[in-house]
Ligand binder design. Structure first.
Ligand SMILES: [Cu+2]
Length: 201
């Protein structure tokens, strides 16, 4: 399946701001053309990928660059296990009995290493879709149901139903720095169900 943009709404500086945010109904924005091959409507060829299939060193990509392939993380790569419990306290939402603090690091993985994260829902009947920034995670097991074929794909969110415990592998491949993980229910993430992991070089 391929897609290309053939037109988009152009706004002028004389339009009020609200019109720029909400173009009128029926305004052509984008068209997807589904076909067997990738089309290039411009007269210029796509730039050649600096490192096809791999990482080109500065993390920039160009049109036509392939994404990095999905590579399973193996148990032999795991250097550490971390356990995060998602619960509720004092009318707000906690991870390991703590509310979100943007100045606190809740995990400190080393760049280039892989870790096992145990994500546990201990909040009764509530459901928490746990979203981890920076890297895709790989689900190894779920307590409440057998794995399905789609569980083996790249994941940025794992759904914790009631009493669910997810075992996921994370690998911190490219970027050092501070990133967050959080419940993706807006009411929960806004009420402090979020943590920081700091990837150290
Ligand atoms: Cu939640």
């Amino acid at each position: 399946m391929t897609a290309r943009v053939i037109g988009r709404h152009a706004v002028t500086h004389t339009e009020p701001a609200i019109a720029m945010l909400a173009p009128p109904p029926g305004t052509p924005l984008m068209k997807f053309i589904v076909g067997p091959t990738i089309g290039n409507p411009s007269s210029q060829p796509f730039p050649k990928a600096a490192n096809p299939g791999g990482f080109n060193g500065d993390a920039t990509i160009e049109p036509g660059d392939p994404l990095r392939p999905h590579t399973p993380i193996t148990a032999a790569e795991i250097v550490r296990t971390r356990h995060f419990v998602f619960d509720r306290e004092d009318g707000a939402w906690t991870i390991n009995e703590r509310f979100f603090d943007p100045d606190r690091d809740d995990a400190d993985p080393d760049l280039g290493t892989a870790e096992r994260w145990i994500l546990e829902n201990d909040s009764g009947g509530w459901v928490h879709p746990i979203h981890i920034h920076l890297e895709a995670h790989q689900i190894q097991s779920l307590k409440e149901r057998p794995l399905e074929p789609q569980d083996a794909a790249k994941k940025d969110t794992v759904l914790l139903g009631p009493d669910e415990v997810a075992e996921v592998f994370m690998k911190f491949r490219t970027f050092p720095g501070r990133f967050v993980f959080h419940c993706h229910n807006i009411e929960h993430e806004d009420m402090r169900m979020m943590g920081v992991f700091h990837v150290y070089e």
